[in-house]
Design a binder for this molecule. Structure first.
Ligand code: FES
Length: 404
């Protein structure tokens, strides 16, 4: 099956061809004002962390990061330590990475492969399924019911070659409902068979300042005039297509014009899946071609304070590069993307953060041409205002209610 046989993908491409041919774009109804304090107020930041990152399912890792039985990954989400494991049965599970003896992390490496996890403090051992397998010196320690002291399990699901999970053990959100069918489109990439080429981590400004940039093509030919714009045609127009809170961003540009001049039967998947795919609230997936077909997955997470975020750049490739030239090309592509994001996007964002921190601006603006960011801020506002029941109704019934 090709991507174009999916009617939703076909509709997006035909829409962008029409705009490219007419030199037009979709426009939001009006210019939106967002309070500047949304980016600087610690109380607002806490509401966002608690209301979004600690409640919603998040894309935690691509399958390519832990494809084999025994693979694991650790990460911290909104201050909560998470351990993802893939069991010998191939199933991904998620846990709070906190030993049930006295709480330290049972796994300390970022990634690895292990049949069991032995806590580095006193040596309790846990299985890939979170069960407490052994207490160190059990005769000395005293009797406990081991079945009550497994790692705390978290909701998790693997869809479209991506691993989604929530850090709330009692999350009110059904992961599939939250994905709103978007995963069936992402599945067209076939990420489950892609290769993890490399990853790295960057410090950035407030998570929304950083994320605004991924939804924004308006800045591309200006901020990136000395880098990306020298390598490719960069327009400043974008079309936004929403599935729930998730948005695909497509430029009505050269690729669209080229597709418009080509019979549909000849369109390739890499051409029709191009653009930026965002997964609310903090993922961007953008296609590139250096050294072979690849995507940069940017995973943004809030830092410890309002003016800080951390982005993990994960570079996946459709095929592992094997010869020296393609490996070199892939490294060059990934290094360039790191430089552009760090020295242009985030350097600008950190200056924006400092200027807003001065407290001299009432609001910032998102134009009618910036409909994607307008929609994103609307979702943020609605979600943090919703209690668990309301949130459950937005994205499926709370689990307890659904079980009745
Ligand atoms: Fe893990 Fe003691 S804290 S064994």
């Amino acid at each position: 099956m090709t991507a174009m046989s999916n009617p939703e993908i076909a509709a997006v491409i035909r829409h962008s061809i029409a705009h490219a041919a007419n030199g037009t774009m979709d426009l939001a109804d009006e210019v939106l004002k967002v309070p500047a304090s949304n980016y600087t107020d610690p109380a607002r930041f806490k509401r966002e962390v608690d209301g979004i990152f600690k409640r919603l399912p998040l894309m935690l890792a691509p399958t390519a990061e832990m494809p084999n039985p025994g693979d694991f990954k650790t990460l911290e989400v909104a201050g909560i330590p998470v351990l993802l494991t893939r069991g010998q049965d191939g199933v991904v599970r998620s846990f709070i990475n906190s030993c049930t003896h006295r709480g330290t992390n049972v796994a300390t490496d970022d990634t690895g492969n292990a049949r069991r996890f032995t806590c580095p403090y006193h040596g309790w051992t846990f299985g890939q399924n979170g069960d407490l397998l052994a207490v160190a010196s059990p005769g000395d320690f005293g009797a406990i019911d081991k079945s009550c002291y497994g790692l705390t399990a978290l909701p998790v699901a693997e869809r479209a070659g991506l691993i989604f999970g929530s850090v709330d053990p009692d999350s009110p959100i059904d992961i599939d409902t939250f994905l709103s069918g978007y995963d069936s489109l992402l599945d067209l990439f076939n990420f489950k068979d892609w290769y993890l080429f490399s990853s790295r981590r960057l410090r950035g400004p407030n998570w929304k300042i950083a994320y605004d940039g991924y939804l924004d093509f308006y800045h591309l030919p200006v901020l990136h005039k000395d880098t990306l714009a020298k390598m490719m045609e960069l327009g400043n127009r974008a079309l936004f297509h929403a599935w729930g809170p998730h948005q695909r961003v497509v430029a009505p540009d050269r690729t669209a014009r080229m597709l418009g001049d080509t019979p549909e039967s000849e369109w390739r998947d890499d051409q029709v899946l191009t653009g930026v795919w965002t997964i609310f609230p903090c993922i961007s997936i953008a296609s590139f071609n250096g050294g072979g077909r690849g995507v940069m997955i940017s995973q943004l997470l809030p830092g410890d304070v309002v003016g800080e975020s951390w982005t993990r750049q994960i570079y996946l490739m459709e095929k592992a590069p094997t010869d020296e030239e393609t490996i070199k090309g892939a490294h060059a592509q990934f290094d360039m993307l790191e430089t552009v994001v760090r020295d242009e996007d985030y350097a600008t964002g950190l200056r924006q953060q400092r200027a807003l921190d001065a407290g001299m601006m009432d609001h910032v603006l998102f134009g009618r041409n910036e409909g994607g960011a307008q929609a994103f801020h609307g979702w943020v506002d609605r979600i943090i205002a919703a209690d668990d029941q309301q949130l459950g109704r937005m994205f499926g019934l709370p689990r307890a209610e659904a079980a009745e």
